[in-house]
Design a protein around this ligand. Structure first.
Ligand code: URA
Ligand code: ZN
Length: 381
């Protein structure tokens, strides 16, 4: 990690509090936690649609490969999070519940006490380590009414260490371009709570083809996740959400999926669609490039300087001021070295920042923490 003057901040780092794990353990459908007896030391965490075929096989055939990922202490233990931060010289972490957040709750459950319990638990964890931990709250998006969601924004804003909300791409069930979601975005803008947008659904399993079981998690995680984010943000853009809510700030996971690489193509497709072009001109819509440099921040969880350079370039003349380092802990643990030591995944992202912005440079320093510190106001108020 860089010998930086400003603090190193990890804005992409997840946890599942113990009460969330117990809900997963009681469930029959994904997301769920299952024990596979002697076949696996740890219980398995099965989250993704792409993992369902291997779950079904493992439940029928005891010798089949075990599905999902080991649910190690890294997912729920605060002590483990602090140890991970210390090991990697991370000064501050902005914690978030991992996918799929509360999106699977019934409307009744989402309207009950559970969402506040989870958010309060994150606040409690932050209070145990003053100055080191902040968090993105989770919204009860499947609640019985929008008012429940708006109330949750108000109570989250009241939590001392809350610095935004984490959200998937489902919205109220119809995606983030749903007009019914605009009041939620307006409330978040009003409360100055940025949205950390994170994928969960990937692409339909059929896209991955008949041999997908031989390809592990590569297709859903390396490609499905980034495409999901890209499509969600472009739908928001096409629906005019960014113009309708100019105060909305979004931090996009995985450097915006493929948005930096595809922004030109998106822009060109708009320019070459007669009806859209007319509408955009009448409504004086800003370009994708403008939205990227005015309302969007990108995390640096892209594992190579090639993607990171695209992310910086797409974010405008001062693109290096819109980039924020992240680790995605506790996902992607090392497979060949001790999990209590340094993680290769963290090293790859830190190295990408150094290579893209220059070892020891002011810009690298900002991406490693200065930007997050400034934008998310990571100091005790
Ligand atoms: N896999 C997930 O399900 N979520 C992450 O954040 C990373 C990997
Ligand atoms: Zn993540």
């Amino acid at each position: 990690m860089t010998a930086s003057k400003s603090k190193v901040v990890d804005i992409h780092t997840h946890m599942y509090p113990p009460e969330y794990i117990s809900i997963l353990t009681s469930r029959q459908n994904i997301p769920l936690v299952r024990n596979f007896g002697d076949n696996s030391k740890d219980p398995r965490l099965i989250l993704l649609e792409a993992e369902v075929p291997s779950l079904q096989l493992a439940l029928q055939v005891p010798s089949a490969p075990i599905p999902g990922r080991p649910l190690t202490s890294h997912y729920a233990s605060l002590g483990q999070k602090i140890h991970f931060m210390d090991t990697h010289k991370i000064d501050i972490s902005v914690l978030s519940l991992a996918n799929p957040w509360l999106d699977f709750l019934t409307p009744e459950e989402a309207s009950g006490p559970l969402p506040a319990t989870i958010n309060n638990d994150f606040e409690r964890m932050c209070q145990l380590h003053p100055g080191r931990l902040y968090f993105f709250a989770t919204l009860p998006l499947t609640a019985l009414s929008t008012q429940v969601i708006l109330d949750s924004i108000t109570s989250s804003k009241g939590l001392k260490h809350c610095r935004g909300v984490i959200m998937g791409t489902s919205g109220l069930g119809k995606g983030l371009d749903d007009p019914n979601l605009v009041p939620v975005f307006k409330a978040l803008a009003e409360a100055e709570l940025p949205v950390f947008l994170h994928p969960h659904n990937g692409l339909p399993n059929s896209v991955y083809g008949p041999q997908q079981k031989d390809y592990g998690h590569v297709l859903p995680l390396a490609l499905g996740f980034p495409m999901e984010t890209t499509i969600a943000v472009v739908r928001m853009y096409l629906a005019g959400v960014f113009d309708a809510v100019p105060g909305l700030r979004m931090i996009l996971a995985h450097s915006g999926g493929t948005l930096p690489f595809l922004a030109g193509r998106i822009e060109s497709c708009v320019l070459h669609d007669g009806a859209l072009l007319k509408k955009f001109k009448e409504e004086k819509r800003r370009s994708v490039w403008d939205v990227l440099k005015e309302q969007v921040y990108l995390d640096a969880v892209v594992y190579s300087e090639v993607g990171l350079k695209a992310a910086i370039a797409a974010s405008g003349e001062k693109g290096e001021e819109r980039l924020m380092f992240g680790t995605d802990h506790p996902f992607f643990p090392p497979l060949e070295t001790d999990e209590q030591g340094e993680w290769e995944s963290v090293g790859l992202n830190a190295q990408a920042v150094r290579k893209a912005l220059g070892e020891g440079s002011k810009e690298a320093d900002m991406a490693m923490g200065g930007n997050a510190f400034r934008v998310l106001k990571l100091f005790e108020k």
